[in-house]
Design a protein around this ligand. Structure first.
Ligand code: GLN
Length: 499
């Protein structure tokens, strides 16, 4: 094979492994070498598991030869895992000093299912502390750089995973999305990223941020790659009571071609697909090239048979204030467990309370502290109704906007973020400006609906432009099918940064 092994998509890598053209050891080693070469400039990883990854690769190669791994679709495929998802035996910091040294004795269900399908966790990727942020600048272990322009952020909070995929360090990676953390970094780094329906993928082993919003998703080069990972991760899990027992589209690998066993299928054309373009998502302040890129992509989808309608999601403007009340409120409760006793690092003191005060006082970063305070305030007796209660009511209105829209259309097309990747430091001292980066991704989380981001072009500075498709609850396959059709007739998703 004349191609760099690290340039293979997930599907191509699977095919090459199955045919015996390459071994998992070769692929895993190639990834490790690429990581070693690029880490000094990107810092996408917080932890590498080189030795165990190579050992697992050898085992995968053995199973490939003996046929023991025949039923494992991801046999021998290295993937990267955002450091908020637990992998037994590997450190899990969530980008925070308070979890320094914590090695979970269990594996997140989403990761476990991929491992059972043969995938190899090659390392843990960088993230904003407790997934709070849109740039990875809030990581306590240093930021990640955007592979397309090292002076820019990769987005966040799954910035390490998006950068690792974009830089061809791994064929695919896992992220989490509470308010846009899979989609926005995917857009900033020019990769494809899926935020599944809330309750579609187990949150067991996912470090909780906003429990009514959190979901694990996949990042890869193509909609097909992401579809495959998603189909394996998704489904009911007894360890997470919010997961739903809704049939997951099963994706069969038939040689190199992807066939979908479920009704709706992944194959083009998009004849009859109704796409809604919400007017509230094309507002003042959006970068001209982002709007142009999205509108251009919508006409490509139209050319593939889709019908395009203008729609309205009237409560969109409230998503930002609602999210920044609900998510800190949930975070303030979730983060109460980091007390210096049970997990990670501790600042020692005589009295128990002093351990709590000192550890929490010094080990949380500024953004996390801010959100704990905001959330505690919003939940406090005197302000609960005015803030948290009110936010929950408006959340219902946002959800209804989507329900009404989905009576008329099958998917909603929108920008992922108002701009392409911004310069490092641009919003560092202005949390509100940073929060504004999330305006277009938050509504899907508040409504619980799936969202898929994929590249649709570049701006004048050579930075990727992304767009997102949002769909009805549990209709991820509709989004994936549309993006797959788009990727059959365009090649933005195959462009690589020169590094
Ligand atoms: N950027 C958003 C925030 O800061 C979303 C983060 C996320 O999805 N984890 O909360």
């Amino acid at each position: 094979m004349n191609l760099e092994l690290t340039d293979l998509t997930l599907m191509q890598a699977i095919e090459a492994l199955r045919s015996g053209e390459i071994s998992s050891r070769e692929l895993t080693r190639a990834c490790l070498e690429r990581i070693e070469k690029l880490e000094p400039s990107l810092h996408a990883f917080l932890h590498l598991a080189a030795e165990s990854a190579l050992a697992q690769a050898d085992e995968a190669d053995r199973q490939q030869v003996t046929g023991d791994g025949q039923h494992k679709p991801l046999l021998g495929i290295p993937i990267a895992v955002k450091d908020v998802l637990a992998v037994e035996g590997l450190p899990c910091t969530a980008g925070s000093k308070i979890l320094e040294g914590f090695v979970p004795p269990f594996t997140a269900t989403a990761v476990k299912r991929l491992q059972e399908a043969g995938a190899i966790a090659i390392g843990k990727t960088n993230t904003d502390e407790f997934a709070m942020g849109s740039s990875t600048e809030n990581s306590a272990y240093g930021m990640t750089h955007n592979p397309w322009d090292l002076t820019r952020v990769p987005g966040g909070s799954s910035g390490g995973s998006a950068a690792a995929v974009a830089a061809r360090m791994v064929p695919a990676a896992l992220g989490t999305d509470t308010g846009g953390s899979v989609r926005q970094p995917a857009a900033f780094c020019g990769v494809t990223g899926l935020k599944p329906t809330y309750g579609r993928v187990s949150r067991y082993g996912l470090v909780a941020y906003g429990s009514s919003l959190d979901v694990a998703g996949a990042l890869g080069h193509t909609a097909e790659d992401v579809a495959l990972l998603f189909s394996i991760m998704a489904g009911r899990d007894a360890l997470d009571a919010t997961t739903q027992d809704v049939a997951v589209p099963t994706i069969d690998l038939v040689g190199a071609t992807l066939a979908v066993a479920s009704g709706r299928g992944l194959a083009p054309p998009l004849h009859g697909l109704r796409i809604g373009v919400p007017r509230e998502y094309f507002v003042r302040g959006i970068q001209v090239e982002v709007e142009a890129g999205v509108r251009q992509a919508v006409s490509v989808l139209e050319g593939l048979g889709a019908e395009v309608h203008e729609i309205s999601l009237p409560h969109s403007e409230y998503a930002l204030p609602v999210y920044y009340i609900i998510s800190p409120a949930e975070a303030s409760a979730n983060l109460a467990r980091y007390d210096g006793i049970r997990y990670g690092s501790r600042i020692q003191a005589e009295a128990m309370w002093d351990i709590f005060y000192r550890t929490r006082g010094r080990k949380f970063g500024a953004e996390v502290e801010r959100r704990i305070m905001l959330g505690t305030y919003a939940l406090s007796a005197g302000y609960y109704d005015a803030y948290y209660g009110q936010a929950q009511k408006v959340r219902t209105l946002i959800k209804r906007d989507f329900e009404q829209a989905f009576e008329r259309v099958d998917v909603i097309a929108a920008p992922v973020a108002p701009t392409t990747a911004f310069p490092i430091g641009a919003h560092r001292d202005d949390p509100l400006a940073m929060y504004l980066e999330d305006v277009f991704t938050l509504p899907a989380n508040l409504a619980g609906v799936p969202g898929l981001a994929f590249p649709v072009g570049f701006d004048g500075a050579g930075l990727p432009v992304g767009m997102q498709l949002m769909g009805q609850h549990f209709h991820e396959d509709v989004l994936l099918r549309a993006a797959h059709a788009y990727q059959q007739v365009t090649d933005w998703h195959m462009r690589a940064p020169s590094l």
